[in-house]
Design a protein around this ligand. Structure first.
Ligand code: SF4
Length: 745
């Protein structure tokens, strides 16, 4: 015969605790011992207690007890509140052996009442259970202000619904030993009928676990033997559950074993109610194994219970979920108690995240033999698992993603799967001195850069990830960038020598000379930070990763625009923009200033240009010459004036004119002096730019032509002589002075 013994047979921790407390009291032999009702639902056990002098009394005998000689025990499933008060008033010492699971239901009733009272809310309790069971009577007695309706199943609930107030909140509870299926059916019905409900699944995990275990064994057995008291509620539920799968017999003791049903070739399953002592199970097993030498009861019992030690990780099954703890069946005699504080670092809604029947791995922390419990921790298991993930991430350089859960002094804390990482402010990617507050609550990607295994602490960096992301973008950019390529980018910053433009993760620089065809004092004359501008690549240096950009284009080149607007001989109205000793500069079109030589300012001799014009004046001029090669424009006011006056003196006093002209011809030396600073301007720019750290190599490149400018000017001065105008001595005009016009450009 094959015998399968349920590993959840025998005393539950509630009963074991009560029995052990009682045994301790008996062994002290200092008082007469009474139990207020039977301490457990097992007739044989209660009989044996009677024989040992422990007497079961009713409430009517309380007042006859003596505070000096007697001791009273309250049974595992509790008593009504008024009985406890009477005991207190009588002065007779008593031991409250009510199971902690039952006490929890009392607490729920009290706290719901308190909450409703404070908020003024109207509520009603519905308790699933046997209306005459002592536990149910005890629970009902805890409700002082609001009604409790006891229903034994969904049928009773439907009857209650006919008279129930629908518009108030209904709080649903269950007797600890009631059937799971009845509870589930009631929950479904209540959800359908009542709009506002709160459910507390207070069915003791022991009951559920035993029922599930009994079903599992019954499925594999030909016969199921359930050992336990006939009045034991949970034993009866085991019988009902097993019956669905195989022939089942309910016996109180070995003597009731139906030997006629036992055959060698069959598989027999054995289970027992929560109030069945081990000795009775042993007796049954011994009887069954008389002729079956394969395994003794002790061996089977030991086999059915696992041995676990403190510090061990064990996978068990959730049996009950309460607001502040979870009960776990670990496959041992002790019930695993998982306090809410040991579930996770952060607060969790236990009822939402855990359900009876869930598999859960916990770390064994502390045994409490008196209560038949063992404290366990899930958080520690997660932490161990997380730590190995942390070290893996550290070694592999993997990028993790977590949520910023706190901004603290010197940095932020990021949590990822129950592991917290510290990220110093300098590694957050926030510029120095910037506020870290905006990061709070955001998801960030980071890398673990330092681990301290002894303290299980990890330091991480967001900056590291940003750096890598930037590099990837840069690499992709450099893989496709080419000279003349056009980009639209944002102006990131402006310096005295140019503007930096973000081309999409990579910056390039537009030198000040590339921003405009006009000479600029500052890049800010053309662009400002934040502007979106279109630029083209002028040059790239893959080694130093510098990019020089161009902004001004041929389309905006004034020397191209002027071609369509003015021809020599045209008359134009221009504005005087500058004066020198040898003439005045006037803007012909934006970006091109022409020179009105001193000799062309008037039809009579002019001592200084300021005698004729001033900056800002608008005057009419004739366009004398546009030299595209040297990029010079000669203008004349005199050409538009009457010639008679000048003709006469011209003839009469050629010598005079020659005399007058002579100094003009000599002017170049003077002008050269005046112009010198202009010519030197690029050098000065170069000087300005040198100290700027960010000045990229391009600048040097950009500056080069500027430094060459003087040579170019020298070349430019010569063509000025080509500015010819009939009858005008302009040709002889200080050609050397003309470059000044160019310089202005
Ligand atoms: Fe406590 Fe559950 Fe045992 Fe009842 S069955 S005494 S509630 S542990």
């Amino acid at each position: 015969m094959k015998i399968l013994l349920s590993r959840h047979a025998g005393f539950c921790f509630g009963v074991r605790r009560a029995v052990e407390l009682l045994e301790q009291a008996i062994s002290r032999k200092d008082r007469r011992i009474f139990t207020l009702g039977h301490i457990i639902h097992n007739e044989d056990f209660n009989e044996s207690l009677e024989k040992r002098g422990v007497r079961c009394i009713g409430e009517e005998e309380i007042e006859s007890l003596s505070p000096e000689t007697d001791l009273v025990f309250i049974r595992t499933h509790g008593v009504p509140r008024d009985l406890v008060l009477r005991l207190e008033e009588s002065g007779v010492p008593f031991v409250d052996a009510t199971c902690p699971n039952v006490k929890k239901i009392h607490d729920i009733v009290k706290s719901e009442e308190e909450l409703a009272r404070e908020s003024g809310e109207e509520i009603a309790f519905v308790l699933l259970g046997d209306p005459v069971h002592p536990e149910v009577l005890g629970i009902v007695s805890e409700a002082k202000r609001y009604p409790v309706t006891v229903v034994n199943g969904p049928e009773d609930l439907i009857t209650y619904e006919e008279t129930a107030q629908k518009n108030i909140r209904h709080v649903f509870l269950s007797q600890t030993t009631h059937s799971l299926s009845a509870w589930e059916a009631c929950v479904a019905e209540a959800r359908r009928f009542f709009p506002d409900t709160t459910f507390y699944d207070t069915i003791c995990g022991v009951t559920g676990t035993r029922q599930r275990d009994a079903v599992q064994i019954a499925r594999q057995s030909d016969l199921m033997v359930v050992v336990g008291g006939k009045s034991s509620s949970n034993t009866q539920k085991l019988v009902s559950a097993a019956k669905e799968f195989c022939q089942t017999v309910h016996i109180r003791k070995a003597a009731e074993l139906p030997r006629e049903l036992l055959r060698k070739e069959m598989t027999v399953g054995v289970t027992a109610g929560a109030s069945t002592p081990d000795s009775m199970i042993k007796e049954v097993m011994d009887t069954m194994t008389e002729n079956n030498q394969e395994m003794s009861f002790e061996e089977m019992l030991n086999e059915s219970f696992r041995t676990i030690r403190t510090g061990e990780e064990v996978t068990g099954t959730v049996t009950s979920v309460f607001a502040n703890e979870i009960h776990v069946d670990l496959g041992i005699k002790h019930t695993g108690i998982l306090p809410a504080s040991e579930v996770a670092d952060s607060e969790q809604d236990l009822a939402e995240n855990f359900h009876p029947g869930d598999e859960i791995t916990v770390l064994v922390q502390k045994f409490n033999d008196a209560e038949g419990t063992v404290q366990v921790s899930k958080k520690r298991v997660d932490s161990r698992a997380n730590w190995s993930k942390v070290t893996e991430a550290y070694e592999s350089g993997a990028v993790l993603t977590g949520k910023v859960t706190a901004v603290i002094k010197g940095g932020i804390l990021v949590t990822e799967e129950n592991q917290t990482y510290f990220i110093p402010a300098s590694l957050t990617g926030v510029p120095k001195g910037g506020s870290l507050d905006p990061l709070m609550g955001t998801e960030v990607s980071f890398k673990v850069i330092e681990v301290d295994p002894s303290r299980k602490r990890a330091v991480a960096s967001i900056r590291e990830v940003l750096k890598e992301q930037r590099k990837e973008i840069e690499d992709a950019f450099w893989a496709q960038v080419a000279v003349d390529q056009v980009y639209t980018g944002k102006v990131k910053s402006i310096t005295s020598y140019g503007a930096f433009v973000d081309l999409g993760g990579v910056d390039g620089m537009v030198h000040i000379t590339e921003l405009s065809w006009k000479k600029l004092k500052s890049p800010a004359e053309v662009v400002k930070v934040g502007d979106e501008i279109t630029v083209y690549v002028k040059g790239i240096d893959p080694e130093t990763r510098k990019i020089s950009l161009g902004y001004k284009t041929e389309a905006t080149n004034p020397w191209n625009l002027i071609r369509d607007q003015y021809q020599p001989g045209d008359v134009a109205t221009v504005k005087i923009v500058g004066l020198t000793s040898f003439g005045a500069f006037a803007e012909l079109i934006p970006g091109i200033d022409g020179l009105i030589h001193i000799s062309q300012l008037s039809n009579h001799k002019v001592a200084t240009p300021a005698d004729v014009v001033k900056v800002g004046d608008e005057v009419q001029v004739e366009v004398v010459d546009i030299n595209y090669e040297t990029r010079r424009v000669s203008l004349s006011m005199r050409a538009l004036m009457e010639d008679e006056e000048e003709e006469a003196p011209a003839e009469e006093a050629p010598a005079e004119e020659a005399k007058e002209e002579a100094p003009v011809e000599e002017a170049p030396a003077e002008e050269a002096k005046e112009e010198a600073p202009v010519e030197e301007a690029p050098a000065e720019e170069a000087k300005e730019e040198a100290p700027v750290e960010e000045a990229p190599a391009e600048e040097a490149k950009e500056e080069a032509p500027a430094e060459e400018a003087p040579a170019e000017e020298a070349v430019k001065k010569a063509p000025a002589k080509r500015t010819r105008k009939k009858k005008e001595p302009v040709e002889e005009a200080p050609a050397e002075e003309a470059p000044a016009a160019e310089e202005k450009e």
